[in-house]
Design a protein around this ligand. Structure first.
Ligand code: ATP
Ligand code: MG
Length: 390
């Protein structure tokens, strides 16, 4: 193998932004392929082609490239001269790799890049493969597929095709700050917004000094998992333990969780402003737990008066759908490990399912909210995670 081609859907639809989007995608692909001996990355004809030096680990490169947001799919194969004999020769070489009984040829060409139509190429090349291998053509469920991609004066042929995550290149939607617990939902929420082009920084609250560091480890590993997609992640760690103690001693126990969450939001909003993040992201899903009834979500939001947007990409999803997503993106296994979450600290026996902003404000009257927020911000520890080299 000596070349990859990255195809994308939405990036191509963005009108005047198209150039910017494609540049960002090419940049992200290059970053993901660092250290894998590629020689050139070229944009054009609605795709990005990567050429490699001889002996480069192209299969490994394909797997990395297939995690880059914006990529619909990656073809991993060879660059050839755009003529029928080359398509025959190179395709038969690829087919010799693994045994098969049925096959399909699927070519695709940009306008007038080749004198024959795709259908005609498929038929002619299919005929030649059939003659050479004895295998039958099966267009519905072939055991092997040869893709031929013709564009400009160039051609790529491949047998290996990997689906990408789709979406938009990381970074094109600007920076956002995700509130990351150690649980299942918030990493999925962060991933979903990153797939829509957000550069997602993460903020994790831990219960130090009242909990062990297990949730910090958990959050770090989840942030690492996301880094496989967005290539770099900034993770902020904030101790919430002292604030929680204040809440416990000064406010009714049924409101505890809501008050923790309101403090989290205030700290997050201040940090977002410092970091120039345009929105907050949480993993709330309507009605999933007591703190996520529509009333309680509203009361949490009411803690903020600075107009920052709060995005909840999972709000309408069922738990099972979120779990499926978590498994697919590789965070489920991390999220389900045992860890000490700060929200269960001093957990009340009966949390309210309907708190109203006035109740929360009243309960907070005896707290020095500004001072607590300021203290937490001063104690933030920030880590920068990079995609590890291959
Ligand atoms: P998750 O699986 O994401 O923990 P959950 O169903 O357990 O969600 P909650 O514990 O009510 O729900 O949290 C709702 C959202 O609040 C989380 O998705 C996350 O965005 C934020 N959040 C909760 N705990 C923390 C924390 N310790 N640090 C940062 N954000 C948190
Ligand atoms: Mg949780």
């Amino acid at each position: 193998m000596d070349a990859l081609v990255a195809h994308y859907h939405e990036v191509g639809l963005k009108g005047r932004n198209r150039d910017f989007f494609e540049q960002q995608l090419a940049r992200n692909l290059k970053r993901s392929l660092r250290g894998l001996a590629y020689s050139r990355v070229r944009r054009g004809f609605g795709r990005i082609v990567v050429d490699f030096d001889e002996g480069a680990p192209v299969d490994q490169a394909a797997e990395r490239a297939a995690r880059v947001f914006g990529v619909a799919y990656i073809g991993c194969g060879r660059r050839i001269e755009p003529n029928l004999d080359e398509m025959e020769r190179a395709g038969l070489e690829l087919l010799a790799g693994e045994p098969f009984e049925s096959f399909a040829v699927r070519s695709r060409r940009t306008y007038s890049s080749f004198e024959m139509k795709s259908q005609e190429i498929n038929a002619e090349i299919g005929r030649r493969y059939k003659e050479a291998t004895g295998a039958r053509v099966d267009l519905t469920d072939p055991q092997a597929t040869i893709w031929i991609d013709l564009f400009g004066g160039a051609a790529l042929i491949y047998r290996k095709r990997l689906l990408g995550p789709g979406g938009l290149p990381a970074g094109v939607s600007g920076k956002m700050l995700a509130l990351l617990s150690g649980g299942i939902d918030s990493p999925v929420a962060a991933w979903r917004m990153a797939r829509r082009g957000a550069e997602v920084e993460m903020l994790h609250f831990h219960g130090r000094p009242f909990t062990d560091p297990s949730s910090i480890r958990q959050a770090s590993e989840l942030a690492e998992a996301l880094t496989r997609y967005q290539l770099q992640t900034v993770l902020h760690l904030v101790p919430l333990g002292d604030i929680q103690r204040e809440v416990v001693t000064n406010a009714p126990s049924s409101l505890r969780v809501i008050l923790y969450r309101r403090m989290m939001m205030r700290i997050a909003a201040r940090l977002a402003r410092e970091r120039e993040a345009k929105a907050l992201i949480t993993g709330d899903s309507l009605g999933q737990v007591a703190s996520q009834t529509i009333e309680n979500i509203g009361t949490v939001d009411a803690a903020l008066d600075d107009g920052i947007q709060i995005l909840r990409p999972l709000v309408g999803m069922d738990k099972q759908e979120i779990v499926d997503d978590a498994k697919r993106i590789g965070t489920y296994e991390i999220s389900t490990r045992k860890h000490q979450d700060c929200c269960v600290l001093f957990e009340p026996r009966s949390p309210t399912t309907r708190a109203y902003p006035a109740q929360a404000t009243k309960a907070e009257a005896s707290l020095d909210v500004d001072a607590l927020v300021g203290k937490a911000l001063a104690e933030i520890e920030t880590r920068i995670l990079e995609l590890p080299p291959p």
